[in-house]
Design a protein around this ligand. Structure first.
Ligand SMILES: NC(=O)C1=CN([C@@H]2O[C@H](COP(=O)(O)OP(=O)(O)OC[C@H]3O[C@@H](n4cnc5c(N)ncnc54)[C@H](OP(=O)(O)O)[C@@H]3O)[C@@H](O)[C@H]2O)C=CC1
Ligand SMILES: N[C@@H](CC=O)C(=O)O
Length: 355
C-alpha cells in the first residue's frame, strides 16, 4: 500500500526521518510498506511539494551539504514556498508528520496544524509534545470525529515505546503511579556534572548531540518533563492533569556542592517526574531527587530515560531506553507510520486499546 506523507518541520528529527526512509527502504518493502514523501515544509529550510513524490536521495544530499530546499531541482509538478498551513490544506498526503518546535506556553502553531489536518481528513503523526500535553481531549475528539488517526509515540521518550507498550500490554491493570527519568538532556547534564563539567558546558554538549529542545530552558527548567507527565496522565491514566497541577523545581537548583555531597553519601542526583494517585487526589512533581545506589534509576545514565508503571496486578514494570536523539525520535515516527498502516488495514479505531 502506498502511503503519502508530508513533513511539517524539517530540523534534526525531520531530516533523520528522510535518512531512515532511505536506510530502511528494503525492510519497509519486505514488511509491505511504501511511504512516499510528497511535501516538506520548514520555516528555515524552505518548502517543496510534488504530488508524485520527492526524491529522497536529492533531499538528503541537500541536507548533507547544508543547502536549503530552495536548491531542490525544478520538475513539472514542483511547487515551492507553501506555508505550513498551505501545505496541510493543499498537499495530497494521507498523513501529516508534525515536527515543529515544542511551544510550552501555547502549543502553537502545532495545535492548529493538527486541527487543519483533521478537518482535511488527514492523519497526524507527531513528535511535538505541545498539542498532546495541552489539548489532548479536544484533539483526540477531533481526530475521532473526522475518522482519522493521531499518533505521537515520539513525544515521550523518543523511540522507546513509553506510550504504545503500556497501551498494548498493561491495559487490564490499574496504574497507581508513573515515575521516572523523562528528560535525556537533564540526565546527560547530571552525568557530566558528576564528572566535574559545569551545567552550562554540559548543556552545550547536549545541544550538539541533538538532545536538547530548540529552547533548552524547556529541558533544564523542567517544562519538558512537565509536558511528558501531562501526556502520560491524559493518555494512560485518563486524568485531565493541567500545568498548574504539577509542582516543578528546576535542574539549576543543583549546585556543584550538591554533587559533592551526593558523592560523599554514595548517592546520585536524578531529575524525576512522577504522578501518583493518592486518597487526597493526584500528586504530580518534577524535581531533582537524591537516589541511593541501590535504586535502579541511579544506574540510568547519559541521555537514557527510564519509566516505571506501578500496576495493581503486574506490579512495577520499568522500561529503560533512549529518551532523546535524532535517530531514536525519527524511529518513533516510522513506527507510528507502520502502526497506522496496520490499523488502517485492520480498520481499528484510534487508540482503541486506551486504558
Ligand atoms: N530531538 C529530540 O531528541 C526530540 C525531539 N522531540 C520533539 O520533536 C520536534 C522536532 O525536534 P527537532 O527536530 O529536534 O527540532 P528542531 O528545532 O531541529 O526542528 C524544528 C524545525 O521546525 C521548524 N519550524 C518551526 N515552526 C515551523 C512552522 N510553523 N512551519 C514549518 N516549520 C517550522 C524550525 O524552523 P526554525 O529553526 O526556523 O524555527 C525547525 O527547522 C520538537 O517538537 C521536539 O520537542 C521529541 C522527542 C525527542
Ligand atoms: N529534549 C528532550 C527530547 C525530547 O523529548 C530530552 O532531552 O529528553
Amino acid at each position: 500500500m502506498e502511503h503519502k506523507i508530508a513533513l511539517i518541520g524539517f530540523g534534526g528529527v525531520g531530516q533523520t526521518v528522510i535518512e531512515l526512509l532511505i536506510q530502511k527502504e528494503q525492510t519497509l518493502h519486505r514488511l509491505g510498506h511504501t511511504f512516499v514523501v510528497v511535501s516538506i515544509c520548514d520555516l528555515y529550510k524552505g518548502s517543496i511539494h510534488d504530488e508524485n513524490g520527492l526524491d529522497l536521495f536529492k533531499i538528503n544530499e541537500l541536507v548533507k551539504s547544508n543547502d536549503s530546499l530552495d536548491s531542490y531541482p525544478t520538475t513539472t509538478k514542483l511547487i515551492r514556498g507553501w506555508s505550513s498551513k498551505e501545505t496541510i490544506m493543499n498537499t495530497n498526503a494521507d498523513t501529516i508528520i508534525e515536527m515543529t518546535f515544542t511551544n510550552t506556553s501555547t502549543g502553537q502553531p502545532a495545535i492548529d496544524h493538527c486541527l487543519t489536518a483533521f478537518k482535511k481528513q488527514k492523519n497526524v503523526v507527531m513528535t511535538n509534545k505541545g498539542p498532546v500535553a495541552l489539548e489532548y481531549k479536544r484533539l483526540y475528539n477531533e481526530a475521532q470525529a473526522n475518522r482519522v488517526k493521531w499518533y505521537f509515540e515520539g513525544a515521550v521518550m523518543s523511540g522507546t515505546p513509553a506510550l504504545r507498550l503500556p497501551e498494548a500490554t498493561l491495559v487490564a491493570n490499574t496504574i497507581s503511579e508513573i515515575s521516572g527519568i523523562l528528560n535525556g538532556t537533564c540526565n546527560f547534564i547530571l552525568m557530566r556534572m558528576e564528572e566535574g563539567i559545569s551545567l552550562s558546558e554540559a548543556l552545550k554538549e547536549a545541544q550538539q548531540l541533538g538532545y536538547a529542545e530548540a529552547d533548552p530552558t524547556n529541558d533544564i527548567e523542567g517544562y519538558d518533563v512537565l509536558y511528558k507527565l501531562l501526556i502520560l496522565a491524559n493518555v494512560l491514566l485518563d486524568v485531565p492533569l493541567k500545568r498548574e497541577d504539577v509542582q516543578v523545581k528546576s535542574l539549576t537548583t543543583i549546585s556543584e556542592e550538591d554533587m559533592k555531597i551526593a558523592k560523599q553519601k554514595n548517592a546520585k542526583w536524578k531529575y524525576i517526574g512522577s504522578i501518583k494517585h493518592l486518597p487526597t487526589g493526584t500528586k504530580a512533581t518534577v524535581q531533582p531527587e537524591l537516589l541511593s545506589m541501590s535504586d535502579p534509576l541511579s544506574a540510568v545514565s547519559g541521555a537514557m530515560n527510564a519509566i516505571t508503571y506501578d500496576c495493581d496486578i503486574s506490579g512495577p514494570i520499568t522500561l529503560v531506553g533512549a529518551g532523546a536523539g535524532k535517530p531514536e525520535t525519527a524511529y518513533a515516527v516510522l513506527i507510528d507510520l507502520i502502526t497506522l498502516n496496520q490499523e488502517i488495514g485492520g480498520d481499528r479505531n484510534v487508540h482503541s486499546n486506551r486504558i
